[in-house]
Design a protein around this ligand. Sequence first.
Ligand SMILES: *Cc1c(COP(=O)(O)O)cnc(C)c1O
Length: 368
Amino acid sequence: MSVPFLDLKAINLSQADELEAAFKRVLHSGWYVLGGETAAFETAFAAYSDSRHCVGVANGLDAIFLILKAYGIGPGDEVIVPSNTFIATWLAVSHCGATPVPVEPVEGGFNLDPARLEAAITPRTKAIMPVHLYGQTADMAPIVALARRHGLKVIEDAAQAHGARYHGERAGQLGDAAAFSFYPGKNLGALGDGGAVTSNDAELIERIRTLRNYGSKVKYYNEVAGYNSRLDELQAALLNVKLARLDVDNARRREIAAIYNERLAGIAGLQLPHVPAWAEPVWHLYVVRHAGRDALAKALAERGIGTIVHYPVPPHLQPAYAAMGLRQGDLPLAEAIHREVLSLPIGPTMTDAEAVEVADAVRAILAA
Ligand SMILES: *Cc1c(COP(=O)(O)O)cnc(C)c1O
């Protein structure tokens, strides 16, 4: 039996009738950008995230970028970002003309270490951007407390954390504003690109509503030099269908993670994801660490088991950031993570038998 890393087709086909009905509704509406479907999704996703407001945008990168723009962050400003993240977190900062300032993760974990933040704050710092990587929130309370003392904004990159909880509270309202992605492979995935910003700050949301639509509130009257970054009606309609099942899907991911936790425990050299008592992850990814990561991935592939490395090269070592002048060894915790991590298959349509097969394969390979 082969186990794919993620069976997106099966996930979407499991709601085929409802998705096709949504498609037909949009097709026959004759209205395709910024209409009732988008408004309905924004209301539903704000409620889901326990946030007062939500605005749909074109993708997750734009969601982060538009938050920064709406806060007036730009050239000369610094934004603290995790050294260990997907490059989009950094790119959004760079695209505003501001400078991403990387901070290392907690040892034994994957997310921003609150204890390392203070040393990275300068007079130019405007915001801290924790990422809830792999579906588990960062330790937000000390981050927010520090930000308040220094007058900084806290922007959640929640692109991998739809529905995750921190001390019982949903991601999306743990800081000042949050960015979500609905890229097809995310826990809440569209059938194309999509994104959203959630916040309790009505003024910020209003600015982003204007920025996403050419800087215009009234058609053909432009208050600011805005962008075209809209969540379209079709994706919003499909997301409305999928949002209704997100908690069920996340619960299934939790069951798969529990099988892995149980069956992978105690293997020498294999580090399982650490979940602090305050975290309720949604298991966007199930990420293990092993010094022989590449050999393990190869052996699993030979058994028909799909894995992915999230991510093979940290942002500071990407050619895209060569101009920053950071080198191998400058951010050792992130670098070690990128050398050792491996994401095992996980998804809402996976069976118990598939999870058992993956776990048993990992155990057998590492015992040999
Ligand atoms: C997916 C992702 C993004 C970007 O989302 P897109 O919709 O692909 O633009 C940003 N940050 C993180 C952590 C992500 O995983």
